[in-house]
Design a protein around this ligand. Structure first.
Ligand code: SF4
Length: 144
């Protein structure tokens, strides 16, 4: 895959996020970051390859050279200030999953079309479905 093709696919991921943000469904993430503490919640967001590459690109732009897994089982993209370091580029699952404080999870039917688009992009990157965030970021680090 050429650099241009890769950038084009990453732009498609950004567009999926932009469409999601415009969906008329009441959700209000207040950045409490409780859902970023995987050991605490017992749940880990899954990312497709395009999302992982975009998150890695954003992490590098934010000055994160390495993403060691935190000892407390939190997301490696969580900053020392307790906030997401890549919030504008956070993965789809971080925007739609289980946070009750933000209004609860999106129903699959509300986002099925966007999930299919992310899966199609994933396949273009040679993926075969989502990976847990730590594994996805490890893969993205090896690719960039
Ligand atoms: S990517 Fe950001 S929003 Fe998603 S779990 Fe990690 S720190 Fe939280």
């Amino acid at each position: 895959m050429t650099k241009e093709e890769r950038q084009h696919l990453l732009q498609q991921v950004r567009e999926v996020y932009a469409v999601l943000e415009k969906r008329p469904i009441e959700r209000q993430c207040t950045g409490r970051a409780e859902c970023c503490r995987f050991r605490l919640t017992g749940r880990t967001p899954f990312l497709t390859r395009g999302e992982a590459l975009l998150a890695m690109q954003a992490a590098r732009a934010a000055g994160r050279k390495k993403l060691p897994p935190p000892a407390d089982g939190s997301c490696p993209l969580l900053g020392t200030d307790g906030r997401c370091t890549i919030y504008q580029s956070r993965p789809f699952a971080c925007r739609t999953h289980f946070c009750e404080a933000a209004g609860g999870p999106w129903a699959r039917k509300e986002v099925r079309d966007l999930i299919h688009q992310l899966e199609a992009i994933d396949q273009r990157f040679g993926g075969s479905g989502g990976m847990g965030l730590p594994a996805a970021m490890k893969w993205a680090a090896s690719e960039s």
